[in-house]
Structure formats: structure tokens, C-alpha cells
Ligand binder design. Structure first.
Ligand code: ZN
Length: 393
């Protein structure tokens, strides 16, 4: 049962939360800059230790720094998932300075997702003693989580729920459905020849790629939400030579795993169309889809909690982009994503956070964690209306 004074308690924390967000935004942390990410992790660890009274485990994998707090030992463990890397290169602060103006907070990574990370720390700090909460803060989400994927899956496996503090969808909606992502590189090898003297003795890699691009494009199924998009492409060396090599990239987005499998099998089954040409296909599924069914019960629970706390009605949204929530859902853990800051402009010049929403959001997360950590069944949200005594999901 959420404690009804959580909103004023989080209001009282707002000044501290803003200070924490400012400190994190001023510590730039692009995923590819391992030293910058390590510095940022040190700051997250220090802030978290202050708020939680406990130091995290520092987990370095392939040079990338992740942090984990395992708090409490209650029967139902809840995972709070955040990342501290951003897409903004070091130096972005000079063109996009940290600023607070007219109720709006700006700065690189403030919305995606340093504010959400701070919300997680403060929400966890409000839990009763013994509440079982794992906070995982990874350092490579923005490049597809190459080093943290296993860690995320392992931590999620033991949890009754994964709450992902990624930025919210427009209007503060939580993200209940994310498409799965697969990435491929299709390379063709042919044979070079002079385009004027003896083109017929060459094997044209550009022509080979052209037919493969059409074949790949035909794998899309708009009715099922499956998109298959050839993106980057290159071939050949000079304008008067039959190209002997070339390649293109393919971006695949799917709503369900059977579509991911279908497209994967079809791309791997591509065969050369020109006699003598060869194909090399690399890549594959990167993130499984986060299907609406993985979020359904948690969404109902969050809506009930929001009602109890007197917060505005909470809605859910389906989005195309993937996140680490795709991984937690992929191992079967109920997952609710987009619980982080309200604002707009992730990865964009107008990235910002609405300050007036921070306390309510922190209260929502804190109450959701409390209600889940209290329960001792894996699917507690079935009775969420009864449990919270409200008919207003
Ligand atoms: Zn993010």
C-alpha cells in the first residue's frame, strides 16, 4: 500500500534531486569514451552512497563501467534499471549548457536519462528497511548495451518486476511496448573490370547489392509492424570500374519475436543473384521486442498507484526505439519502461525536463516499488484494484 504522503516527501527532496541532476549532467559521459564513463560512474556511486547509505558494486566489463546496488532482503525483489551514459560527446556542455529556466531544465543527457537515474536513487531511498531493491546503472545503453546485456538479464531474472527509468513518452506516458531491433550488414563480392573495355568480364557488386536490397525490403510486413530498412550503403572505387565489392546495412524493427525470427531466417537465406557473385551476411537480433503483455499488469498497478497518490492519470504508449527494458522483458520479467522524467528531445538539441513533474514522478516510482516489494507473489497486479482499494486504474 503506497504511503500517501510520498508526494510531499518527494517535493521536500526536489532541491536535492535538482542538485544531483545538475552534478550528473555536468559530468559528461558519452558511451564510447570509457574514461568519461568511468568518471561519471564514480560520481553516480558517490551520489548514490549519499542517498542510499550504501556503496554500489562497481562492475567493469570490457572497460565499460556499470554500478549495482542490492538493497534489502525482502521476499519480492524489484529491479530499478537506469543508464548513465549519453549520446552527447565531451564538449557538448559548451553548446548545450546546463540551465534551469522557467521551470525547464536543460543539458546533455538530462532527459535521457540522468534525471531518471536520480529519480531511481531517491525513490529507492524512500523504501522501508528491508525492501528488496536492486538498482542497476549501466554505462553502454546508448550503443546497444554490448557489455551489460548479460548483467541486465541476470539481475532481472530474480526480480518480480523491472522498472526502467528511461525518459517518458510525450505527455509523461510510460512505455508499454517497444519494438525489437535487429541489425545486419550484407556484403557482396564480385570481380573488377574496366567499365569501357570489357565490362562483361566483371561481376558487378553494385548490381548484386541492388537486387539484394529489393529482396530485403520485401521482407517488411507493415500490417504486423515489421519494418526492414536498408540504410548505409557503399560500393566500388572509381566511376569507370565495374565494382568488385560493396555492402549495405539493414535496420529491422519488429513487434513480436516470431517476426524477428522470420526476418532473421530470410536474411540469412539470401543467395547471390549474379553468377559468380558472393554474399557475406553478418549481424542479427540486437534487442528482443518488449511486448505489451510484459507491461500490462504493471501498467494497471502504476495507474492505480498514480490515482492513490492524486497524480494525473497515467497512460501507456508504444514506441519504435529499443531500450534495456527489451532485455528484461526478454527473460520473462514483467517490465514497465519510460518511468523517468517528463520532458522531450532525447538525443536532440531541444532535450529538456519539466521540473514541476519530477516530484510526482519520483513519488510514483517510490510507491510502485513499495507495492511490489511488499508482495510475495510473482504476478501481484492481478488484484491491483482490490489491493489499493481504488476503482480508478
Ligand atoms: Zn536512454
Amino acid at each position: 500500500m503506497p504511503e500517501l504522503d510520498l508526494v510531499p516527501r518527494m517535493q521536500a527532496r526536489l532541491h536535492t534531486m535538482l542538485g544531483d541532476i545538475e552534478a550528473l549532467v555536468r559530468c559528461e559521459s558519452p558511451s564510447a569514451d570509457l574514461a568519461a564513463v568511468a568518471r561519471s560512474a564514480q560520481l553516480v556511486a558517490a551520489l548514490g552512497a549519499k542517498r542510499l547509505g550504501a556503496a554500489p558494486d562497481k562492475i567493469v566489463i570490457d572497460g565499460r563501467t556499470h554500478l549495482r546496488w542490492r538493497l534489502g532482503d525482502g521476499p519480492a525483489r524489484v529491479l530499478l534499471l537506469a543508464h548513465h551514459d549519453t549520446v552527447w560527446p565531451v564538449g557538448s556542455l559548451s553548446t548545450h549548457p546546463f540551465a534551469i529556466d522557467d521551470g525547464i531544465l536543460r543539458g546533455p543527457g538530462c532527459f535521457d536519462m540522468k534525471s531518471g537515474l536520480v529519480l531511481a536513487l531517491h525513490a529507492a531511498a524512500e523504501q522501508a528497511d528491508g525492501a528488496a531493491v536492486t538498482i542497476l546503472v549501466t554505462g553502454d545503453e546508448e550503443i546497444g548495451s554490448p557489455s551489460s546485456r548479460d548483467l541486465i538479464q541476470t539481475e532481472a531474472t530474480d526480480c518480480v518486476a523491472a522498472l526502467v527509468l528511461e525518459a517518458s513518452a510525450p505527455g509523461g506516458a510510460v512505455k508499454t511496448e517497444r519494438k525489437g531491433v535487429s541489425l545486419y550488414r550484407v556484403a557482396a563480392a564480385g570481380r573488377a573490370a574496366h567499365a569501357g573495355l570489357e565490362p562483361e568480364s566483371g561481376i558487378n557488386a553494385t548490381v548484386e547489392l541492388a537486387s539484394q536490397i529489393l529482396a530485403v525490403t520485401a521482407l517488411a510486413d507493415p500490417a504486423l509492424g515489421t519494418t526492414v530498412s536498408p540504410t548505409l550503403m557503399s560500393a566500388g572505387n572509381t566511376t569507370n570500374t565495374i565494382p568488385d565489392a560493396g555492402e549495405f546495412a539493414v535496420d529491422v524493427r519488429v513487434r513480436d519475436i516470431s517476426e524477428q525470427d522470420r526476418v532473421d531466417a530470410a536474411i540469412r537465406a539470401l543467395r547471390p543473384s549474379l553468377p559468380g557473385a558472393r554474399l557475406e551476411i553478418t549481424g542479427g537480433p540486437n534487442r528482443p521486442p518488449l511486448q505489451a503483455s510484459a507491461s500490462e499488469e504493471l501498467l494497471a498497478r502504476a495507474q492505480a498507484v498514480a490515482g492513490m497518490l492524486g497524480l494525473p492519470p497515467l497512460s501507456g504508449a508504444a514506441v519504435g526505439g529499443g531500450s534495456d527494458g527489451n532485455f528484461t522483458a526478454g527473460v520473462g520479467t514483467p517490465t514497465l519502461d519510460g518511468l523517468g522524467a517528463v520532458g522531450d528531445g532525447a538525443h536532440a538539441d531541444h532535450e529538456h525536463v519539466v521540473i514541476g513533474e519530477l516530484a510526482g514522478r519520483a513519488a510514483l516510482v517510490a510507491a510502485l516499488v513499495a507495492s511490489l516489494a511488499d508482495s510475495d507473489t510473482p504476478s501481484p497486479a492481478i488484484n491491483s484494484r482490490a489491493a489499493f482499494g481504488t476503482g480508478q486504474p
